[in-house]
Structures are given as C-alpha cells and as structure tokens.
Write a new protein. Structure first.
Length: 439
C-alpha cells in the first residue's frame, strides 16, 4: 500500500473518467460499501493483472465517487511475492497493501511470509481473482504454414527441443519452405505462466503419451527429468527447475533457446525472429502493440480419430476459459477450511481433452492480502485504515458481480462458480470465503 494522502476527488474522478473512456465503460452499481479513508490503498505485482486491475480500480472509483472515498491503485512491477516476503530475504514492503501474482505461493513460501511478520503472527490470505489463457505464439518461415494447429505430441517435441525443423509438424504445409530450423523463446525468470505451461506438458506426457523433456542440466549435471519435475518454482539444492529447458549441452542437436525478460518482450521476439516459437499469457500477447501476434490453436481433443483444435481467445471477447474446472484446495472450501494461508500452488487449469471449441490451457490469477495488518507490521491503526478498504475493494467489487463482469473480456475470464457453496470446483465461492476473514 502506498501510504499517501487520499487523492483530491476531482483529480481522481478525472482519471477515472479517462479510464472509463479507454476501457469501454464501467457499470457503477456494485456491492461496495465505499469506505471513507485518509489513505489510498496501493497494490503491486504481476504485469499479468495490469489491465484487469485498471478495470477494477476504475469501476471501484466510479462506484465510490464521493469526496473522502478510498481509492485503489496497482503498480505492475517485478518482485510482487518478494514484497510480502513469500520469497527472498528482504523485509516485508509495507508500502503495498496487496500483491498480484500469476504464481501462487507454495506452503513453504507462505511459512516464509508468516515468519517475516512481527512475532511471526501475520496470516496471509491468497485468493484467485480471474482466469486467463496461455497462448502459444509461432513465426514459421515464409511460405510455411501451420494448418489447423499444434498437436499434443508435437507441442511436447517443440518445447523439448527435439523437433529440429518446421516441416516435422504434423500440420505443416509448404515444402521446401518448412525445411527450416526452429528456435524456442522462453522467459528467463521463474514465472507462473511457465509453471502452468510445464504442468500442461506433463499432462500430455503422462496422460497422452507425448514425449518428455529427456536430459537437462540441473546442478551442474545432466539428469533425466519429466516435465512435472521441471515445473517447480521453488529454488532447491539442484537449482531452479522452473527456468530449465533441454539444451544442447545434454542433448546433442536440441534446438536453441532464446531467453527474454517478460511476456511482452517474448511476443515481440517471436514476431521479429523468423522460425521461432514461444508461449505467453494471453494479456501479454494482446499487450504487444506491434499487431499480428501469431497465436496458434492447440489440440483440444479427437473426433473420429482426427485431432481437433481450440484458440485461447473468443474472437473479440474474453479468454476461452468457460467451463474450466479447478480443484479448490480443501483449506479454501467453505465448511471445511478457514481460507487462510491456503496453498494454491498445485491448482492447475489445463484440460488437454476439453473438446468442442474449448481451449486446453487456462490458469488462475491470484492476489494476496494480510488478514490482520497490525500483526503484519503496518502500524497500530492499520486495521481501521487499510483493512476495510482492501476488504471492500476485493470482496465488494472485484469478486462481486460487477467486478467479474469487468474481466469477461480483454484476454481475461471470470472465476468459475459451478456448484454450490463449498463445492470443490466453485473457485469464486472459495475466493469470497477467504476475503470474509477480513470482516
């Protein structure tokens, strides 16, 4: 949270009006309580949430336009999890009241955050806020086309680096142009997008018989690994598997890996590098301003023995994640757990055989707040000044009907709310239940 004095209402409303015009309008009706506060609440974290947080902040401000109503902002920067001390050794950054992340902290990282609070008494609440898809971008050489999409088997070979030329794709058309080398473009840092993508490859390996990654260099040695072993985010004795891909030093003839910083740079690199392929979150693919981002359909099933494919986005609408089912951790379910300190890090949205027009690779986005801001070291009055605003913003708007409608477009999709309260696949109910702990 940026502990700054509340913005003068005239300036705030001017900014909101501009945001509403830019974003296509926001319905001002909501379940918000419109908290009066001397401080504006600031969040920070994943760029994946940049557009969604702009939508929510604009909608929240439009719902609470009176002088003295609290406002909320968001800085899309690296180091979100470090700000809450989920990772790293730095102190908790009390300038921010919440953190957005595409990489939900693990149980060990949650313990790390708790230990960093005064007297080890802080309790983080991690909860999902929306869905998005992970898009595969490809730039085959001129004259070579990917007809239809990429099959399960070919996707694994492509990112294992064992497919040398574009002509080896089952759906490639355009010989001899397709007899050209492939280069893989990946993000250099550990990200939730990579974590989820490798989980998808692991499902193809385990459930669909697709090839695994083979040998990789971990901790200075070449070892045989599965995609499941390489998806982990945590630093372990042998290295950081989330950033590791099979390369030439352990697998002769493996295609080159180009490492870049961030999803938007990855999209730009694929556009510029003929013969390259990579993957990014759908908001990052859409955020790249150069136009013509080459999103490729992925196999989503079989019909009469033939592969079927789906796209990550409904054209001109939201991420193609409708009908997605996630298994809510028991600790997050109403009637079973308490919604506090929940490990969502093994909750995945990949459904390889989703069929129809469905897209097989979706993921949740998360935010984290403190249940008790005084216990987390924000000051003696924090539960009277910060906590009500955080609760009203997320529970009263972001997770309310209007907030979820805001992201039913622009590369996002609302949270699944199938079943009743406490249902194992009702993600929206689990998120609301978690935020009720702030009351």
């Amino acid at each position: 949270m940026s502990l700054k004095q509340a913005t003068p209402r005239t300036a705030l409303l001017a900014a909101v009006a501009a945001a509403v015009l830019t974003l296509g309008g926001v319905d001002a009706s909501s379940a918000t309580a419109c908290v009066k506060a001397e401080l504006d609440v600031q969040g920070m974290g994943s760029a994946l949430q940049r557009v969604s947080q702009e939508l929510w902040a604009a909608g929240y401000a439009a719902a609470c336009p009176e002088e003295g109503d609290a406002a909320v902002g968001y800085d899309p920067v690296e180091g979100g999890l470090a700000a809450f001390r989920f990772i790293g050794a730095a102190a908790i950054n009390h300038e921010f009241a919440f953190v957005g992340t595409d990489e939900p902290p693990s149980a060990a990282e949650i313990e790390n955050a708790v230990a960093a609070t005064p007297k080890g008494a802080g309790e983080p609440i991690v909860f999902p806020v929306a869905q998005t898809a992970i898009a595969v971008l490809a730039n085959p050489p001129g004259g070579c086309e990917i007809g239809g999409g990429i099959t399960w088997a070919d996707l694994n070979r492509l990112f294992a680096g064992t497919m040398a030329e574009w002509g080896e794709l089952a759906t490639a058309n355009g010989s001899p142009a397709c007899a050209a080398a492939i280069a893989r473009v990946v993000q250099a840092e550990a990200t939730g997008t990579t974590y989820q993508f490798k989980n998808y490859l692991s499902l193809l390996e385990e459930e669909r018989g697709a090839a695994g990654p083979g040998d990789v260099r971990v901790g200075g040695e070449c070892v045989e690994a599965s995609w499941a072993q390489l998806r982990r985010v945590e630093n372990v004795e042998t290295g950081a598997p989330n950033t590791i891909w099979p390369e030439n030093d352990c697998n002769e003839g493996t295609t080159p890996v180009i490492q870049v910083d961030g999803g938007v740079e990855l999209a730009e690199t694929v556009i510029e590098e003929e013969g390259s392929i990579g993957f990014v979150s759908l908001p990052d693919a859409d955020a790249w301003g150069g136009g013509g981002t080459p999103v490729v359909p992925l196999q989503n099933g079989l019909r009469e023995g033939e592969a079927t494919f789906g796209l990550p986005e409904v054209p001109g609408e939201a991420a193609n994640c409708d009908g997605r089912k996630y298994t809510v951790p028991e600790d997050a379910r109403r009637g079973i757990g308490d919604g506090i300190e929940v490990d969502w890090s093994t909750t995945f949205g990949a459904m390889p055989a989703i069929g129809g027009i469905g897209y097989p690779l979706c993921m949740l986005m998360f935010d984290a707040v403190w249940r008790d801001y005084v216990e987390a070291g924000y000051g003696k009055a924090a539960n009277e000044t910060i906590r009500p605003v955080v609760g009203d913003y997320f529970l009263g708007y972001v997770l309310d009907e209007e907030g979820q409608e805001d992201v039913d477009a622009d590369a996002y999709s609302p949270l699944p709310d199938s079943g009743g309260e406490g249902d194992p696949s009702n993600v929206l109910d689990a998120a609301r239940f978690a935020l009720e702990r702030l009351e």
